[in-house]
Write a protein that binds this ligand. Sequence first.
Ligand code: PEP
Ligand code: MN
Length: 266
Amino acid sequence: MSSAPVSKIPDLGARTDEITIFAGPCSVESVEQFNEVAECVASLGLHWIRGGAFKPRTNPHSFQGLGEEALQIMQAGSVKYGLKTLTEVMDSEHIDLVSAYCDGIQVGARNFQNFSLLKNIGAKTAVSKKMVLFKRGFAGTIAEWLSATEYLTLAGNDNIVLCERGLRTFETATRFTLDISAVPVIHKQSLFPICVDVSHPAGQRDLVPSLARAAVAAGADSIMIEVHPNPPEALSDGPQQLTPAQFADLVGELREIAAVFGKKIV
Ligand code: PEP
Ligand code: MN
């Protein structure tokens, strides 16, 4: 077992015997869609649900997210099912809005070196210390990632979860190449907990369970997994999302693997 120092991150199983799962749809699409996933997540005894309200889409003609309506759906669903919510902020002008509705703020891979966004999030959450899940850019080194993290901490918020989500490489068989070695490297070089997003590097749902098993075995403090009630109909990232039933099976399996390391999935 790791002898790394314990970083006290409120509400998150950081460097403890808990592995926190952030599961939920890529995009929040409707009350029914979000609540179906929320019901599944809560029934498994998990605590957090993710969902996109402002989506960073490569093509401007693609679904951009429901914006504030998605935040309202998330808030109502999270109250109904007793969950905490995580959503991405792409623009400084939305930090206050998202903070008013959600428990955690995600900085996506495409904003990894948007230093003004990082500074503004750090400053606007300096009092609340709202959790910031900070994704690695897909062409970013770990040194650049940790350096960028200081924009958040220097502005006043060190309640940070780092999130590895795959790199752009020559390989095209997967959507991105998951850098599983980021887990032990972050444990060596940082006190922040490390989450592994296993959905975006996979790009295909049948690869997701293997990557999730690997993340737990590598010592990840947290796992992100996209879940949708009807993936073929999803408005974004359909091919990589698990159904609630597939997700429930996977969580059962991850709990067995975690137990080998004396850890719990929460
Ligand atoms: C997401 O989590 O919905 C997302 C867009 O991820 P990334 O920033 O890693 O592409
Ligand atoms: Mn997605």
